[in-house]
Structure formats: structure tokens, C-alpha cells
Design a binder for this molecule. Structure first.
Ligand SMILES: [Zn+2]
Length: 737
């Protein structure tokens, strides 16, 4: 059996992305717009296979053929008849689902390879005896011969993404080293070309001198006669004695399909900004121009608060070992009109609700300004993985001049927190059902309060460049000391500049605390539609979840350097500490032993003490947080915050030991099943799938109903055309089947 690090476990969590309500509330035109953008995103996402490993396109093609001929249930019958155990077949389904959701055989988070957790010979039997193989014996056999060995190989260099001898990547030909990557970057910089949509291929000419091909992603090839801003760039260059050739046409047939659907989407755009944005993206993908993508992104930033939001292109550079080439991604998300209405109600009640917060009116802004916050439900997210939020564009020059968008992806967050009962760690048995029932609703309440009234509340005391104060020095009293205000922000000083390393975590902690505090308010719960016993359950689960999240947060603490890697997680741990400190048995964290005999733990929250013990403790803490922030008291703020954030093994909790338990019980990253949209007449239908590996596979089997086989052909042809760049003569194929 393979090392657990390089497989996906059979019981991996699989959740469905729920966007039904948001989709239902779209107008017919909005649905058409969303549909064509989704098509563009899904087509473009296939490019990621070519951006990951040499074998990924073949694996994708092979799996797609298998499951087109037989659905997961039918294939199962065949597999069991071939002698696979149920576990082995499940392992294969999980592997296939993993390939689809990562768009390749390397995990999008962590960049490690994953292999099928069953014997290779058994999988070979299933594949070669499948209906797909009966229909097209030569093709299926050839696909298996091309990728079977690499599918299973855990040769050290193939275990993770990396450059040269460090790992595998298809952003660079196999013989490129970090020096080549640096040289190419200098060349690109010298020509004012962006690396975002490029790959680098190194060759050797007749004299043994290296030649580099910088290949841009585009529909058009190098031979195109049409003139554009790009054509003059497509030529040979001498750079520091090296030969560089700029070409284009990478992923051409795939981008062609992207462009076709962007053209169609343009007809349903909600405004001229969206039209111009799409026109520029089309130009970018057709010509290979990042400048055009930047122009499109400029229109995108200006298109504030659209009902259907999207972004598409070569965006995130995490997976390029050099960090400058973008992986294709495309997403389509929708405003959840029902949820937005609730958030608007919250904003409308802000003035009144802010008075409930435990600080004097002088510490509140003169006028409430609703923070720029959008929560969207994702309809489609193509590429190698789905983030819970986005903050784009990544172009630094645009971010400075035009700004960016900061969007929370509500239904992705909900999936991240939804867990099957049997995987719900650290809770008492009798809390689990309640937790599962109310987790989603309480999460909505907490997000709304956190973002709008949390980040939106509180005032900073400032003295401007002319010496004028934005508060009354005579009358404003610090409630902590009973004295006048002694410190404030001088002209040019900001929250971030003063509190630097703790600024973001401290602020997240303040916002989370505001959420916990204000969710006790009946008016807030009424806005979200909860009353009576339901409202009490929402409160309980919201608090219980925070306590559990505080424990889970320990995963993001690094004891070796005594530091937190994640501001939000640190903030939750701090709140857990504050509630533990409240005493009187409000919260307890107890180490236990699991049914497997290994360490486990339980968190417990006494729901009868939330108002009597929890609320006053949170009130004191929140007031101190706000006062120290308002007055710019860095020393006081650090002492308070870092005190709570310290992780030690001191009894009774022994957090360092608990951290080991948290790591031991950590759930592996979930797979997410996404819906399809289908045009029927002039109406767009939403097709949803079961939350299982089989459901995820089914969603991909139905993703390209018109041209699935053609796409697989395209992908393998593109991969084959470049295959020589990753065939290392020194590493002869080992035991080719
Ligand atoms: Zn926040």
C-alpha cells in the first residue's frame, strides 16, 4: 500500500456546492450570461492538465473514456467481477474524483502527487477489460501504456511539483533549472512581457547552445498574418548571449472554445463594462496578450457589485515553481439575493445595533460606513481548486491604480464547515445533531455580523497634519482607566502601520467577538428569521462552533518558531482562551482517548451560562480590544493580544499536547462536487449531483456533452506534441508495461 501522504483516503469528505437558491433567483438573462461564462470557465480549466504533469492529460482522457462508457455503478460490477474488493474499487473512484477536482494528479493544496490506492495490475485489468476498451481497444490500451506507469510512480523526483531535479512541472521543460527560470524572467522583464500566460521550453541547437522558447497561450499561432500589438513581439531575440524565441498558440484549441463562449456571454452582459471586459478577455486569449487581460480586469474592477460575478484567465502563480506563471482558472458566482437582503437589513439597523456594543459612543464612528463586502455563491469554479474567498486581480500595477475586489464565497465556506456526523471531531455526542442542524444558519449570522458590524464598527482617535483632533480631548474618557485619552494616531499613522504584525489577527478577533456578542441580540436573529427556541439554538451553535474552531486553530500554530501562520485561526484561539478564562465551567476542553485508542479531546459549552458568564467576559474583552485600538496603544494591545495567543503546555489545558491531537484528528481536504448548467431551448437548467466520489465523476461525465471525445483528443495531442521535453535520456523508462 502507498504512503498515506500520497493517496486520497477512501473516506475522504465529499460535499456538493449548493447554489440552488442563488441560481433560482437569477433572471433568465442572468442565467444565460452565467451559463456561457461557466462553459468558458470549464473549457479553459482543462488547460490546467497541461500545466501540471506530462501524464495528467492522458489520465484525464483515460478516466473520461472509462466513465463515458460505463457510469461508476456499472463499472463497479465489472471491477468486482475482475476481482477488486469494494475498498479497492472505492479507492479507484476516489482517485478519479481527485484527478477531476485537482485537474491533474498533484494536489492543488500542497503540490504533492497522489496515486491510486490499489494494486496497479488490478487497475490494469479493470481498464483493459472495460466497455471503453471493448469499444476502442487500441486507444484505451495506448492511453494506459502512456500514463499507467507514471500514474503509480512515486520516484522521489515525481513526488511533488518542482523545477529540474527538484520535482515535476510542465511550466518548464524537464531540463530547465532555477537558473534558466531566472534568466527567462530577466529576458521577459527586459521585453516588458508578462510571464502569466507563458511556458518555457529549452532546447539545444546544432552547436550545443541552449535555445529557449517562450510560448504564450493564445488561439492564434505564430503564422497569423493579422496584425496586433502582439505580432511584433513574436520573433527571435539575443539576450545575454542566449537565444530566445517568443512564440504563441499554447492551448490554442482549448482557448478557441473559451473564446466562443465568451462571445456568447457578451450578448447577455448586464452593462457595457461587462461587454468591454469580455471583449478584452477575448482579445487576450486570442492574441496571447496580458495587456489586454489587464484592460479587461480594469473594466472588471469598475463593474461593482454585479449580480453575476466572474473572472477568467491565467491568474494564480502558486503552482509555478518559479512563482510567475499563472494557472488557468475561471469562476462564475452569483449574489445570493435572499442573503443580501438580510445583510442589507443588518446595515439598516446598524446605528441601533452599534449602541449595544460595549464601548462608549465616543469610541464609535460619527457615521456608520458599511464595509465593502460581498458574499457570493459559486456556480462554477474551474482550475485546480476552489478558494473560500478571492482578492484579485493580482496585477500589482492595477491594484494600486484601480483597486481590487474582495469577495467571500459563501457556499464554498459553508462546504468547508459542513462535515458528516462521523467526522465531527471534538464534540460531545449529544451536541452533534444540533451542531449539524444549525451550523449553516448560525454561520450566516456570524458572517454578516463579523463583516458588517465587526469590521464596520469602532473609531480610531486621530490628530491630523494641522493638529486637529477627531475627538474631544476634554470630555472623552477612557473607560478602562477613567482618565482622558492619552494616546492616538498621528498624521500618517494607520492601524496597520502601528500594530503591524498583530494588526490583521487582532482585527479579525475584534470582528469575531462582535459577531458572538451581537448574535445574542433578538433583533439580529429576527432579521435572519429565527425566534424562540430556534434562536437559542443558533446562538448556542454559533458559540460552540467558535470554541471548537479555537481548538482546531492549533493546526496553524508552529511551535518551533512560536508563531501563528493564519490570522483568522489565531483570532479564534484567542477567543477560546477568553471564554476559558471566564471560568465557572462555561467552556471546558478535555483530553480523552478515542475508540481507536489514540488521543482525542472534547469541547463542551454550558448553554445556560452563555448569557450569565460568557457575555460579561466577552464584554470586558471586547471593550479592552476597542479602547486599545481606538487609542493606538500598541504596547497595551500587544500585551493583551499576545498574552492570549501564546500556546504553552501549561495545565489544565496543555495546548501544545492538544495541538498534536488536533493534527492527529485532522480531516483531509474535501472534494467538492459542482453542478452543471445546460441550455434547453432558451432556458438554462441547473444539474446537481450527489455528494460522493461517484457523483463528482458523474458531474464530469456530463460536463462536455457535445464534445467530450474531441476534447480528450485535443488534450492528448497537445500533450504528445510536447512530450519530448520531459523525456530525460538519462532516465530510461523503468519497466514500461
Ligand atoms: Zn474578517
Amino acid at each position: 500500500m502507498a504512503d498515506a501522504q500520497y493517496i486520497l483516503p477512501n473516506d475522504i469528505g465529499v460535499s456538493s456546492l449548493d447554489c440552488r437558491e442563488a441560481f433560482r433567483l437569477l433572471s433568465p438573462t442572468e442565467r444565460l450570461y452565467a451559463h456561457h461564462l461557466s462553459r468558458a470557465a470549464w473549457y479553459g480549466g482543462l488547460a490546467v492538465l497541461l500545466q501540471t504533469s506530462p501524464e495528467a492529460p492522458y489520465i484525464y482522457a483515460l478516466l473520461s473514456r472509462l466513465f463515458r462508457a460505463q457510469d461508476p455503478d456499472q463499472l463497479r460490477q465489472h471491477a468486482l467481477a475482475e476481482g477488486l474488493t469494494e475498498e479497492e474499487y472505492q479507492a479507484f473512484l476516489v482517485y478519479a474524483a481527485g484527478i477531476y477536482s485537482n485537474m491533474g494528479n498533484y494536489k492543488s493544496f500542497g503540490d504533492t502527487k497522489f496515486v491510486p490506492n490499489l494494486p496497479k495490475e488490478k487497475l490494469e485489468h479493470v481498464i483493459l477489460g472495460s466497455k471503453a476498451a471493448q469499444q476502442n481497444p487500441a486507444e484505451v490500451r495506448s492511453l494506459w501504456q502512456t500514463c499507467g506507469e507514471l500514474m503509480f510512480s512515486l520516484e522521489p523526483r515525481l513526488r511533488h511539483l518542482g523545477l529540474g531535479k527538484e520535482g515535476i512541472t510542465t511550466y518548464f521543460s524537464g531540463d530547465c533549472t532555477m537558473e534558466d527560470a531566472k534568466l527567462a524572467q530577466d529576458f521577459l522583464d527586459s521585453q516588458n512581457l508578462s510571464a502569466y500566460n507563458t511556458r518555457l521550453f529549452k532546447d539545444v541547437d546544432q552547436d550545443g547552445k541552449p535555445r529557449y522558447e517562450v510560448r504564450l497561450a493564445s488561439v492564434l499561432g505564430t503564422e497569423s498574418a493579422l496584425h496586433s500589438e502582439m505580432t511584433s513581439r513574436l520573433k527571435s531575440y539575443e539576450f545575454r548571449g542566449n537565444h530566445f524565441q517568443v512564440t504563441r498558440g499554447d492551448y490554442a484549441p482549448i482557448l478557441q472554445k473559451v473564446v466562443e463562449h465568451l462571445e456568447k456571454a457578451k450578448a447577455y452582459a448586464a452593462n457595457s463594462r461587462q461587454e468591454q471586459m469580455l471583449a478584452q478577455y477575448i482579445e487576450s486569449f486570442t492574441q496571447g496578450s496580458i495587456e489586454a487581460h489587464k484592460r479587461g480586469s480594469r473594466f472588471w474592477i469598475q463593474d461593482k457589485g454585479p449580480i453575476v460575478e466572474s473572472y477568467i484567465g491565467f491568474i494564480e502563480s502558486y503552482r509555478d515553481p518559479f512563482g510567475s506563471r499563472g494557472e488557468f482558472e475561471g469562476f462564475v458566482a452569483m449574489v445570493n439575493k435572499a442573503m443580501s437582503a438580510k445583510f442589507e437589513c443588518l446595515v439598516a439597523s446598524a446605528e441601533q445595533l452599534l449602541k449595544e456594543l460595549p464601548w462608549p459612543p465616543a469610541f464609535e464612528k460619527d457615521k456608520f460606513l458599511s464595509p465593502d463586502f460581498t458574499s457570493l455563491d459559486v456556480l462554477t469554479f474551474s482550475g485546480s481548486g476552489i478558494p473560500a474567498g478571492i482578492n484579485i486581480p493580482n496585477y500589482d500595477d492595477l491594484r494600486q491604480t484601480e483597486g481590487f475586489k474582495n469577495v467571500s464565497l459563501g457556499n464554498v465556506l459553508a462546504v468547508a464547515y459542513a462535515t458528516q456526523r462521523e467526522k465531527l471531531t471534538f464534540l460531545e455526542e449529544d451536541d452533534k445533531d444540533l451542531y449539524i442542524r444549525w451550523k449553516g444558519p448560525s454561520f450566516d449570522v456570524q458572517v454578516g455580523l463579523h463583516e458588517l458590524l465587526g469590521h464596520g464598527s469602532g473609531k480610531l482617535f486621530v490628530q491630523d497634519e494641522k493638529g486637529a483632533f477627531n475627538f474631544d480631548q476634554e470630555t472623552v474618557i477612557n473607560p478602562e482607566t477613567g482618565e482622558q485619552i492619552q494616546s492616538w494616531y498621528r498624521s500618517g499613522e494607520t492601524w496597520d502601520s502601528k500594530f503591524s504584525t498583530i494588526a490583521s489577527s487582532y482585527e479579525e478577533c475584534r470582528a469575531e467577538s462582535v459577531g458572538l456578542y451581537l448574535c445574542l441580540n433578538p433583533q439580529v436573529l429576527e432579521i435572519f428569521g429565527f425566534e424562540g427556541a430556534d434562536a437559542e439554538d443558533v446562538i448556542y451553535v454559533n458559540w460552540l462552533n467558535m470554541v471548537r474552531a479555537g481548538l482546531l486553530a492549533l493546526e496553524f500554530y508552529t511551535p518551533e518558531v512560536s508563531s501563528w501562520r493564519q490570522a483568522h485561526m489565531q483570532a479564534r484561539f484567542v477567543i477560546l482562551r477568553v471564554l476559558l478564562e471566564a471560568g465557572e465551567g462555561l467552556v471546558t476542553v478535555t483530553p480523552t482517548t478515542g475508540t481507536d485508542g489514540r488521543p482525542d479531546a472534547r469541547v463542551r459549552l454550558d448553554r445556560n451560562k452563555i448569557r450569565s458568564v460568557g457575555k460579561p467576559a466577552l464584554e470586558r474583552f471586547l471593550r479592552r480590544l476597542q479602547v486599545l485600538k481606538s487609542t493606538g496603544d500598541v504596547a497595551g494591545g500587544r500585551a493583551l493580544y499576545e498574552g492570549y495567543a501564546a500556546v504553552t503546555d501549561a495545565p489544565p489545558e496543555c495546548f501544545l499536547t492538544l495541538r498534536d491531537t488536533v493534527l492527529l484528528r485532522k480531516e483531509s481536504r474535501k472534494l467538492i462536487v459542482q453542478p452543471n448548467t445546460r441550455l434547453e431551448g432558451s432556458e438554462v437548467q441547473l444539474l446537481e449531483y450527489e455528494a460522493s466520489a461517484a457523483g463528482l465523476i458523474q458531474s464530469f461525465s456530463e460536463r462536455f456533452p457535445e464534445d467530450g471525445p474531441e476534447l480528450e483528443e485535443i488534450l492528448t495531442q497537445l500533450a504528445t506534441a510536447d512530450a519530448r521535453f520531459w523525456k530525460c535520456p538519462s532516465e530510461a523508462p523503468s519497466g514500461q508495461a
